[in-house]
Design a protein around this ligand. Structure first.
Ligand SMILES: NC(=O)C1=CN([C@@H]2O[C@H](COP(=O)(O)OP(=O)(O)OC[C@H]3O[C@@H](n4cnc5c(N)ncnc54)[C@H](OP(=O)(O)O)[C@@H]3O)[C@@H](O)[C@H]2O)C=CC1
Ligand SMILES: C[C@H]1O[C@H](OP(=O)(O)OP(=O)(O)OC[C@H]2O[C@@H](n3cnc4c(=O)[nH]c(N)nc43)[C@H](O)[C@@H]2O)[C@@H](O)[C@@H](O)C1=O
Length: 355
């Protein structure tokens, strides 16, 4: 990928897309094209084709998607399946139609069967039932992987896919209703610590910056701290305790998004579909750290790093999701890439970035 190659990063304002843009700029790439969702709705086939026809990107990172944590996935199932199928189908088809040299498609570790053997090897795809809380999203992601494969096979395109584990970092979603667990817990423990300290000024600043979700933001009266206490209590944040969703006994693996972007750019530069197809018939590779922890352990780690004084309790009416999804990263390591940011270090970085 030459330094002046025309590179389209779809979803450039999101967690992953923004990290890919940072990485590309750091490496000296100068011709990066972007469009916000408002400027180009990738679920619109005509608009997507017109964009590709006009811009003729040479390389495409497909990091645009409808994304969310367990509750969002479980609640907005129709939106997750429709939007993700449409975005992927339109971008992959337009990339073929307008001669993109190489495309990297972002999938997710949720494509694997709920009870697959651990760690998850690439060949376990479609060997069992999916986790119901994110089946619609997973089906869309699997369709995108298969599209890339069959376009390579029928048309000789150079499309590869990556299956990342749970990611976190700058530009994440911190809305407590729709966020993933790690950004949600960082925010919950931070707001809990501010309650410990009685620091309502900082709480107000935080609430202004990021929505709380659950339709609760409009209930907050800035001149009345009691309304703040009431809303925070409803989302499981008090001086005395922080509420986690589910049992906390399930395992998750986490990767800092700058590592993820580094892996994506590395694969774009170094591993073509031909090589990928030799080691992986569906032309994809897992991206992760290869180690996981329970949600309880994660919560304890975040609590200690932030310095919240209180207990951790559980709301078991909320779903646990899949019991474990630890990625086997042997293939990725063999391709020459390994993660670098440890979880505690990543959490510290995010905490500093945010507050
Ligand atoms: N976050 C995670 O833990 C994981 C993410 N992934 C995958 O990584 C990819 C990126 O996820 P992430 O960065 O977290 O997601 P974000 O929600 O942070 O970003 C998604 C981006 O997609 C754009 N977008 C959404 N819908 C459309 C649309 N219809 N048309 C155009 N643009 C659209 C948004 O644009 P705008 O900002 O303009 O609204 C946004 O920039 C996704 O494929 C996701 O499935 C995989 C595993 C884990
Ligand atoms: C990346 C991945 O992300 C999603 O899958 P998930 O890993 O199950 O999602 P999650 O990060 O939201 O939760 C992980 C675990 O954590 C628990 N948990 C505790 N307390 C909070 C909490 O406060 N918020 C959230 N969100 N979870 C909490 C929660 O109950 C669950 O047991 C899918 O979108 C899927 O499609 C996907 O690809």
């Amino acid at each position: 990928m030459e330094k002046n190659a025309k590179i389209y990063v779809a979803g450039h304002r999101g967690l992953v897309g923004s990290a890919i843009v940072r990485k590309l700029k750091e490496l000296g790439y100068t011709n990066i094209i972007t469009r916000t969702h408002k400027e180009l709705d990738l679920t619109d086939q005509k608009a997507t084709r017109e964009f590709f026809e006009k811009e003729k990107p040479e390389y495409v990172f497909l990091a645009a998607a409808k994304v969310g944590g367990i509750l969002a996935n479980n609640t907005y199932k129709a939106e997750f399946i429709y939007q993700n199928i449409m975005i992927a189908a339109n971008v992959i088809e337009a990339s073929y139609r307008y001669g993109v040299k190489k495309l990297l498609n972002l999938g997710s570790s949720c494509i694997y069967p709920k009870y697959a053997k651990q760690p998850l090897k690439e060949e376990y795809l479609l060997t069992g039932e999916l986790e119901p809380t994110n089946e619609p999203y997973a089906i869309a992601k699997i369709s995108a992987i298969k599209m890339c494969r069959y376009y390579n096979e029928q048309y000789g395109t150079n499309f590869i896919s990556v299956m990342p584990t749970n990611l976190y970092g700058p530009n994440d979603n911190f809305n407590l209703e729709t966020a993933h667990v790690l950004p949600a817990l960082i925010r919950k423990f931070y707001l809990g610590k501010l309650l410990n300290e009685g620091n309502y000024e900082k709480i107000k600043e935080n609430i202004k910056k990021y929505p709380i979700g659950f339709g609760l933001d409009k209930e907050i009266d800035e001149n009345n701290n009691e309304t703040i206490d009431k809303v925070l209590k409803q989302v499981g944040i008090t001086k005395e305790n922080i509420t986690l969703w589910g049992t906390g006994e399930v395992y998750r693996e986490f990767l800092y998004v700058d590592d993820m972007a580094d892996a994506c750019v590395y694969l774009m530069r170094n591993v073509d579909a031909e090589e990928m197809g030799k080691i992986s018939p569906d032309y994809f590779v897992n991206i992760g750290a290869g180690k996981d922890i329970t949600i309880k352990e994660l919560a304890k780690m975040i609590k200690e790093i932030i310095g919240y004084q209180g207990e951790i309790i559980h709301d078991t009416t909320k779903p646990d999701g899949t019991p474990r999804k630890l990625l086997d990263v042997t293939r990725l390591n063999k391709l020459g890439w390994k993660y670098s940011v440890e979880l505690d270090e990543g959490i510290r970085r995010i905490f500093e970035y945010l507050y």
